[in-house]
Design a protein around this ligand. Structure first.
Ligand code: TXA
Ligand code: MG
Length: 316
């Protein structure tokens, strides 16, 4: 395994060499680090599932560098196109019918008739452009564990399972993309995420319906226990019990041996950026129980609370 700085002159070339051989490259995006492989190479895509110990029924996002590339793989409705033009490149993933004429590996769709597509920002888009084909990339963590927001997180979880890690420091948003499905007539919010749902609602002129939690698993981090730190998470905490670590937000003043704040000023965007990295700090410090202060359930707070509920869910 090699680690290369995103600023290195050879980073695109090195990434393309690994991808061409069917290898895995960890790529930084504005949301979280992704574990990327050539989306048209089934053997390479199979390696992603293996490296993450990911269930094969859970499909992957195809990352493109341009709308032109995305149009080759997905069948865009009017709404889908409007959202793509408004929010790409950016933290939005769009699910739509796939083009059966496309050369994308069936494994990405995990048997569904739809494909999830996103155009990310930054060096990841440059790598896709240099490679000329879409990249399949889930978050670069072990299945069910915290999504990585630094190259170091990726290395700790995946280590030798990845061939190359591109290090571009901390991700600017730190939370996965928002996922919307335009597969049917009624658009559905599959996962709240780094793009504020209220902006999406404005763009399509209607309030998106969230999927019921136990809906058929079409489904993102829809598995109840997901995004879990090693410690146990207790939500809506207003006190510290025993060895709890404390995770504050805004004015809350939980105090413990290990105390962190998602945002002292109560800024939800800052809190979203810090969520996974702060939970990772508790992991590193061996904190086994984490008391989390209430987070307002509006805007990005919805995505933060979604991840926190899944982190707190009973584990199998
Ligand atoms: O921000 C992100 O979305 C990051 C970066 C790397 O792009 N990626 C990411 O991938 O979070 P992943 O695999 O961890 O989460 C994507 C979710 C999956 O849980 C999957 O269930 C859902 O997207 N998904 C993928 N294809 C789908 C499809 N055709 N229909 C419904 N859901 C789909
Ligand atoms: Mg993930």
């Amino acid at each position: 395994m090699r680690i290369l700085s995103a600023k290195s002159d050879t980073v695109r070339l090195s990434a393309c060499e690994v991808l061409k051989k069917g290898g895995l490259v960890a790529i930084p995006t504005e949301t979280v680090y992704g574990l990327a492989a050539d989306a048209t190479n089934s053997q390479a895509v199979a390696r992603i599932y293996e490296a993450k110990s990911r269930p094969h029924f859970n499909p992957l996002i195809a990352h493109c560098d341009s709308l032109e590339m995305a149009l080759r793989y997905g069948d865009f409705s009017k709404h889908a196109l409007r959202c793509a033009e408004t929010f790409w490149p950016g933290p939005l993933t769009i699910v739509m019918p796939y083009r059966s004429s496309s050369d994308i590996s069936d494994l990405i769709r995990a048997g569904h008739q739809t494909v999830a597509i996103r155009i990310p920002k930054g060096v990841s888009a440059e790598v896709i452009k240099a490679y000329g084909k879409p990249l399949a990339a889930p978050s670069a963590n072990l299945s069910g564990r915290l999504s990585p927001t630094t190259a170091d997180h990726v290395e700790r979880q995946l280590g030798k399972r990845v061939d190359l890690i591109i290090d571009d420091g901390a991700c600017s948003m730190g939370l996965e993309s928002t996922i919307v499905s335009f597969a049917d007539d009624n658009p559905v919010l599959l996962r709240p995420g780094a793009l504020n749902v209220e902006l999406l609602n404005e763009c399509i002129g209607q309030d998106l319906q969230a999927t019921a939690d136990n809906a058929t698993i079409m489904a993102p981090g829809m598995l109840a226990s997901h995004y879990a730190p090693l410690g146990r998470v207790r939500l809506q905490a207003d006190d510290i019990r025993g060895e709890d670590g404390a995770l504050n937000f805004g004015y809350s003043t939980l105090k413990a041996e290990h105390t962190l704040s998602l945002s002292e000023t109560g800024d939800l965007a800052e809190a979203a950026t810090n969520l996974f990295s702060h939970l990772a700090i508790f992991d590193e410090r061996g904190v086994r129980k984490i008391a989390v202060a209430p987070i307002p359930d509006r805007g990005l707070g919805k995505a933060i609370n979604d991840r926190l509920r899944r982190a707190a869910a009973p584990r199998s």
